[in-house]
Design a protein around this ligand. Structure first.
Ligand code: SF4
Length: 352
């Protein structure tokens, strides 16, 4: 629908934010920004984007990088599998495509970590190809303007939104059209209390005229959140500390934390020290409890982590009791390792 596209592009030209990845047609940099922005707000993602773009100005630089360095730069962004995919994909582009980012939609879509949305974003922003983006912002705008009640998390709903987004796309200006609808969703058609009186689409908006803004878009399922209770054992001995490289199929794979005892419920201190898990861990070793931290609450998309850090002074080296995946490092060197944000927060307070 030309009318819709003209309105959003005119609004975008007046209101767009000046963001560094919008001033380039370099598919690598656009891809980098898209992967970073999948997990963070623009203001937070900006620093990460600038650091990555400076450190790895081309896909070949990223492909050649040490994995630990990539993970360290990613630290704090969460969803670490995306950093691993980013690195793997850079290597594939470097080898299979000789460092030149593919420009065919199907080739872009076949890259690891790239779904429909990211492929459409890269194809349109970098190569001006007519693929419509559909992300959370786009769902919201379309559901409200066109009064679509199909759940955005159902297969049928997704198809319906994709078909509509493709019909609406200005095929001559796919880059501007896509940027415009996403920006309108981000800045104007906000999830809660958008100021519809000043919106460029208010004369054609179903939700505004029917006063149904808070009901759209519709989601079918509620995300289930799991509570987990982590007891981190910070083993200290003569200026050294044991850190653990997470290797299981769980959160934070390949990042470092401390040896961990996870319990099903939060245990009081004496209950923890009397638990089979603790006794099995520490065995007959002598130790002193240096400190027990106050609980840290760390919220992930599907999990709430409640963590406590037990600082344990050992009178002997602890190599025999730490898991196989753990290593012993100097306390002052711990900052060199990539850690999840929860551990980073603890280190800031306790190991400066
Ligand atoms: S009029 Fe309101 S609900 Fe409709 S698109 Fe604009 S901001 Fe969103």
């Amino acid at each position: 629908m030309k009318h819709f596209s003209e309105k959003i592009i005119a609004w975008y030209d007046q209101n767009k934010r000046d963001l560094p990845w919008r001033n380039t047609k370099d598919a690598y940099l656009i891809w980098l920004s898209e992967i970073i922005l999948q997990q963070t707000r623009v203001d937070q993602g900006m620093d990460y984007y600038l650091k990555f773009a400076k450190e790895f100005p081309t896909v070949k630089h990223l492909a050649k990088a040490d994995n630990e360095k990539v993970m360290k730069l990613w630290q704090g962004l969460g969803y670490y599998s995306r950093a691993r995919n980013l690195h793997t994909t850079a290597k594939i582009i470097s080898e299979k495509y000789h460092g030149k980012f593919p420009d065919e939609y199907s080739d872009i879509l076949s890259l690891k970590g790239v779904g429909n949305y990211t492929a459409a974003a890269i194809a349109s922003f970098a190569f001006n190809k007519p693929y419509a983006v559909v992300d959370g912002n786009v769902y919201r705008v379309l559901a409200r303007v066109f009064g679509i009640e199909s759940p955005i998390d159902s297969t049928q709903g997704k198809k319906e939104f994709e078909t509509l987004a493709t019909e609406l796309l200005d095929r001559k200006k796919p880059a501007s059209h896509n940027q415009a609808i996403m920006e309108l969703g981000a800045l104007q058609c906000k999830p809660v209390n958008p100021d519809c009186s000043i919106c460029a689409l208010n004369t054609m908006c179903f939700a505004y005229s029917k006063k149904r803004i808070n009901e759209l878009p519709v989601k079918a399922k509620k995300t289930k959140v799991r509570n987990r209770y982590f007891n981190y054992i910070v083993l200290l001995h003569k200026g050294t500390v044991a850190i653990n490289k997470r290797s299981e199929k769980d959160i934070w794979t390949n990042l470092y934390d401390f040896p961990l005892i996870e319990t099903l419920v939060e245990l009081a201190e004496t209950d923890f020290l009397n638990s089979e898990e603790w006794k099995g861990f520490i065995k007959k070793n002598k130790y002193t409890i240096k400190s027990i931290s106050t609980p840290y609450k760390h919220i992930l998309s599907h999990q709430n982590i409640y963590a406590r850090f037990w600082e344990i002074d050992c009178d002997k080296p602890f190599n025999k009791i730490i898991p196989k995946t753990a290593i012993v490092v100097k306390e002052k060197d711990i900052h060199k390792y990539a850690v999840p944000r929860l551990i980073e927060n603890y280190l800031k307070k306790h190991m400066k």
